[in-house]
Design a protein. Structure first.
Length: 77
């Protein structure tokens, strides 16, 4: 059995942030309590989807609905 974690970069969920998504994303990802990225690729940093969803739900619930359509959903498959 192979387990694959879903990851997301900032471009996928900053589209859902109201206003200036890039500035909001930079501020949020710079916070000490924001999850650490699991990789820093040439395209940028990526995080586990579950970590991002949990953090947004706890710290920025107003962004939760806006970002949810852009953040791929976790699956147990």
């Amino acid at each position: 059995m192979r387990i694959v974690e879903q990851v997301v970069g900032t471009a996928a969920w900053e589209r859902g942030a109201d206003g200036d998504g890039g500035a909001v994303t930079d501020q949020i990802t710079s916070r000490m309590d924001f999850p650490k990225p699991v990789a820093n690729l040439e395209q940028g940093k990526v995080w586990l989807v579950d970590d991002i969803e949990n953090w947004i739900g706890a710290h920025r619930p107003q962004l939760s609905a806006a970002c949810s359509e852009y953040v791929p959903k976790s699956s147990d498959d």
